[in-house]
Design a protein around this ligand. Structure first.
Ligand code: OVM
Length: 402
């Protein structure tokens, strides 16, 4: 299995592969080993550094000057290897360029902008829950968690309905590409030839519904603050980051409640806990498990020196279950205050779409809680291995109304 050894300088060395299918689908055991080994560990298989404790992950996320994103937020170092696609202007950039990109996209996805999308998000959730109740039992991944974001976020970004199913294999490419060149990435990339042209076409001005998030990006770019060529790339960020994250945030919520029926009863009796409940699901089963940074200087953390230009793997999901920060972290407890979790990141790169994600979670859980008394598994849930996401391939459930 896994071993922890110490180098002469006392740096814990981990031989386990965090990107093996086993560790990706059942990460919590490895995460405990990483946290207990020390504040900083060395991953021998990839010759990189890693942090899994809340304190260090949180501090690294906030320190963008030391922990750069411009060399990529995945394992690949953009200064040494050609990126698989032009780098994201948001995720894979540092200030000052990142700041300019963020100033375009931030306001379009900010709380005041949610007023325009709340009503359609609510009516779609109600209609979907209606259909699912009449089915009784279904797969909460393919029939709920994937359906809802594809419809409401797809509509909000303004992409054509036709071909929208391409967003799922594209996200599979994007999130596996942050990891090593393993079989998962190979499989994901086999769809590139069909998927990438649809994505490129959908980022174009003509493809986007007037008034949509996508059209607003084009309008802001037209206003002249950033180069014209930035518009399709910024729309691409929404299409890359907005679907699979929320699919698995909703899936995590369903999984959490189906395996903790007492918590569903609490939510049903106290619907005002819904936002807190979604936040707790993101803490407990963080959809985005990891991101990388690259050191811009030699840095010392808790007595360990990391040289300049090194990749550092930040385990967001492990930090969100660090017993040094959370009491009984393995318990899904919707009455806890999960704020401060790093499931949406932290610092200048914190999720720019988190308000949209939270709105989807709040509205879908409310629509379910309004009608559904009990959620139960009808078969074993199946994880979907992914180099970045804690994902599900199926959640077979039955829902019961009163
Ligand atoms: C982007 C991007 C892609 C994937 C994830 C992400 C979670 C951003 O293209 O900007 O943030």
């Amino acid at each position: 299995m896994t071993e922890t050894a110490a180098t002469p300088q006392g740096i814990p060395v981990i031989t386990a592969d965090p990107f093996s299918p086993e560790n990706l689908t059942e990460p919590h055991i490895l995460h405990e080993q990483l946290r207990e080994a020390g504040p900083v560990v060395y991953l021998d298989q990839y010759k990189i550094w890693a942090m899994a404790r809340y304190e260090q992950v949180n501090a690294a996320l906030k320190d963008w000057e030391t922990y750069s994103s411009a060399s990529g937020a995945g394992l690949s170092n953009f200064r040494k290897e050609k990126p698989w696609r032009p780098p994201s202007l948001l995720l894979e950039a540092d200030p000052p360029a990142h700041t300019r990109a963020r100033e375009i996209v931030g306001p379009i996805l900010a709380p005041p902008a949610m007023r325009a999308v709340r009503a359609p998000f609510e009516s779609e959730a109600a209609a979907l829950v209606d259909r699912l109740i009449s089915r009784g039992s279904f797969d909460a991944v393919s029939q709920l968690a994937e359906v809802y974001p594809l419809k409401v976020f797809g509509d909000a970004v303004g992409v054509p309905e036709e071909g929208r199913e391409n967003l799922l294999p594209y996200a599979n490419m994007v999130f596996n590409a942050f990891g090593p060149r393993n079989q998962l990435l190979e499989n994901a990339m086999s769809k590139a030839q069909v998927v990438q042209p649809w994505i490129a076409a959908s980022c174009a001005r003509e493809a986007l519904r007037p008034g949509s998030f996508g059209a607003q990006i084009w309008a802001a770019v037209d206003a002249g603050k950033v180069p014209q060529e930035w518009a399709p790339l910024l729309v691409r960020s929404l299409l890359s980051a907005g679907i699979d994250t929320t699919v698995n945030g909703l899936a995590a919520s369903i999984y959490a409640f189906a395996s903790n029926p007492d918590q569903w009863s609490i939510l049903r009796s106290q619907p005002s806990l819904v936002k807190q409940a979604f936040e707790e699901a993101i803490r407990w089963e963080s959809p985005v498990q990891t991101f990388f940074r690259t050191t811009t200087r030699e840095v010392e953390i808790a007595g360990v020196r990391i040289p300049e230009g090194e990749k550092v793997l930040l385990f967001l999901g492990a930090a969100n279950r660090d017993p040094r920060r959370w009491s009984d972290p393995g318990r899904f407890d919707i009455r806890r205050n999960a704020s401060g979790h790093v499931g949406f990141g932290m610092g200048i790169h914190r999720c720019v779409g988190q308000t949209v994600a939270r709105l989807e979670g709040e509205i879908m859980l409310t629509a379910l809680a309004n009608r559904v008394e009990r959620i139960e598994f009808t078969d074993q849930p199946q994880r979907k291995p992914n180099n970045t996401l804690l994902a599900w391939s199926s959640l077979p459930i039955a829902i019961h109304t009163v």
